[in-house]
Design a protein around this ligand. Sequence first.
Ligand code: ZN
Ligand code: FE
Length: 257
Amino acid sequence: MTTTLEVQQIPCLSDNYGYLVHDTVSGLTATIDTPDTGPILQALETKGWRLDFIFNTHHHDDHAGGNLALKEKTGCEIIGPRADAGRIPGIDRQVGEGDSVTLGEWQFTVHDTPGHTRGHIVYHCQQAGVAFVGDTLFALGCGRLFEGTPAQMWDSLQKILSWPDQTLIYCAHEYTQANARFALSVEPGNTDLVARDVQISAARERGEPTVPTTLALERKTNPFLRPHSSNLQQTVGLVGASDVEVFTRTRELKDSF
Ligand code: ZN
Ligand code: FE
C-alpha cells in the first residue's frame, strides 16, 4: 500500500475552504478548522472517513464555529493555539511554535503566526510538502490585521517564506480574484502577475478553485511577499525603504482599496 496524505477540499459558507486531511495507512482523519458542520460531515460520509482530530488555526467563527458540534457528533480531539486557548471552543490540546502534531506517520510542524489574530497558528507537513495557513497567507494576499501589528505579520510571513518553493499552500478563503485586482494596482509591471490574473479569471469563470497555490507562485506574484520589488516600491511611494515599511504601506493600501 502506498503511503498517501489525502487532502479533500470543502467549499463552505460564501468563500471559505474547509479541508479534510486523511492518512491512508492509519485511516486517521483531521479537519483543518470547522467553518461549517454540514459540508464537513457530508464530505466525511462521502469518503467513508471517521473524524479523529480538529486542527484549528485561529478563533474566528468561520474557523472554529463548528468545533463543538463536530466534537459532539464524532468524539474528535480538538488541537489549537496555546496563545488563544481561551477562545477555541472545546480545545483539548494546546500547541505553539515548534510543536508537532501527528496524523499517523505524518508530522505537522506548528508555527505561531500572529497578525490576523494574536494566536493564529499554521500547520506545515514537510514530508508531504503541504501547509495549512488559515487566514495568514492567501493567494495574492495576506490576512487583515485585526489583532496584530504589521511588523508581527511580516515576521509571521517570514516563517512561511522559509519553506520549500514547491510547498502547496492551502488557504482558508477564495479571495484570489479580488486580491488580483489590488495586486495589479500596486505592481502593474509584474508580467508574472499579469499572466496569473488571466489564469485566475478563466478558472473562476469555469467555477474552479484557485487554491491551493504554491510558495513559488506567491513569491513571484503576491505583493505582500515582494517589498523588495522596485515596481511596488515606486507605486507605494517608498523607494529604498525597508521590507517591513513597504509591507506596512501595502497592507494599509489594501485595507482602503
Ligand atoms: Zn479569520
Ligand atoms: Fe476566515
